[in-house]
Structure formats: structure tokens, C-alpha cells
Design a protein around this ligand. Structure first.
Ligand code: SF4
Ligand code: SF4
Length: 194
């Protein structure tokens, strides 16, 4: 079967930028005690593409994501290790797999083709992904889709309330307040992912 065991090489943490939802931000603050100004930045829509909702701010249009150093390494990667591993953004938890959706529903889990030949922990032998891995990622994907929807609601509310005339700092404060409420709802429904 497809086998995967992370070798902790850190390649994926320097190859990609990581867009986040308000709930990803909240996990990092809540469990790690990090201040959002330390780890977040706005990625301009002109230079970056994402399936995440785009936000309009005083500084321009774009996506909220984790900061990276000039060499591309994520701000949370130290000596090739993720220092927020237990509560890292959900995006980071899928690699080297991905989920496929249709009509807002998760259809299946696949190997991320971009990871083939890049991620040394991924070994392909032509057989399917093992059941345990598949089911774990499927559960996570469903949570991710739900959290993205909540994030889209937050962004829409931001745009309708402000028209995008306030800045990055105000938007982060707004997201944190939304995240507290949404986390409480997810905990109540037993859907919260640490
Ligand atoms: S590229 Fe693959 S093996 Fe390396 S850190 Fe990322 S997931 Fe692990
Ligand atoms: S949050 Fe962790 S896993 Fe995700 S890119 Fe940063 S260091 Fe890598």
C-alpha cells in the first residue's frame, strides 16, 4: 500500500505558504500562547492563489497565512521541526495527501501529486492508502471543510460590517472574537479538533 512515515526533513515547511482560518489562529494562540502579530501576515491576492476566502483590508486584498523567513521556511519550523506540531494548522496535517470535494462534501482522499518525489516519507507501491490513514485524513478533511465554511462566514461578516476599510490589525482582532464563539460551538457539538 501507499506508505508514509514523516522523516522530519522539513521540506514541506519551506516549500509552501500556509493559509489559515480563524480557528487555526485560535489553536496556535490558545494551545501555544503565541501572539498573532508574531506569526501572521497578509499574502497579497496579486501574487498568491488559494481556495481560502480572500479578505479586503486597508492594506489591500489577500489571504491570511503564516509568516515565513526570507528563505521560505515557516516561522514555526526550528531545526526542521514544527514547534507547534500538536496544534498546527489543518492544512499542514494533510501533506503528502489531499482531499477532494464536490458540492462542499469530501469525496475522497488522494496522494498529493505535488508531493511525489518531493516528500521522502512517501513511498508509492501502486496499492491504496491504508485504511487507518485514509479514515483519519477523511475525518480531518470533514472538519477542515466545516472550519473553512465558518471562516468564509467570518470574512463575509467582516466585509459587510466594514466594507474592507479597516486594516490587518483590526481584522485579526475581529477573527479572534469570532474564533472564540466558533470554538465554543464546535466543542459543544463534539467537532473541535485540537
Ligand atoms: S516533506 Fe514529507 S517527510 Fe519531509 S517533513 Fe514534510 S511530510 Fe515529513
Ligand atoms: S506550521 Fe509546522 S507543519 Fe506547518 S508549515 Fe509551519 S512548521 Fe511546517
Amino acid at each position: 500500500m501507499v506508505r508514509f512515515k514523516c522523516t522530519l526533513c522539513g521540506i514541506c515547511c519551506s516549500k509552501y505558504w500556509v493559509p489559515v482560518t480563524h480557528l487555526d489562529i485560535w489553536r496556535i494562540m490558545h494551545y501555544g500562547g503565541y501572539k498573532p502579530r508574531y506569526f501572521l501576515r497578509l499574502y497579497p491576492a496579486a501574487g498568491y492563489k488559494s481556495t481560502m476566502p480572500k479578505v479586503r483590508l486597508k492594506e489591500g486584498e489577500g489571504y491570511i497565512g503564516l509568516k515565513r523567513y526570507v528563505n521560505g521556511v515557516c516561522v514555526f519550523n526550528v531545526d526542521r521541526l514544527c514547534i507547534i506540531h500538536k496544534f498546527k494548522p489543518l492544512t499542514c496535517r494533510f501533506y503528502p495527501f489531499l482531499y477532494v470535494t464536490s458540492g462542499g462534501r469530501v469525496l475522497r482522499i488522494e496522494v498529493n501529486k505535488d508531493a511525489i518525489g518531493v516528500c521522502p516519507g512517501l513511498i508509492l507501491d501502486g496499492k491504496p492508502i491504508d485504511d487507518e490513514t485514509y479514515n483519519n485524513i477523511m475525518q480531518l478533511a470533514k472538519a477542515r471543510v466545516f472550519e473553512k465554511r465558518l471562516y468564509a462566514d467570518a470574512v463575509n461578516r467582516w466585509l459587510s460590517e466594514t466594507g474592507g476599510k479597516y486594516g490587518f490589525e483590526e481584522f485579526i482582532d475581529f477573527l479572534i472574537e469570532r474564533a472564540k464563539k466558533d470554538m465554543a460551538m464546535l466543542v459543544y457539538k463534539n467537532l473541535w479538533v485540537k
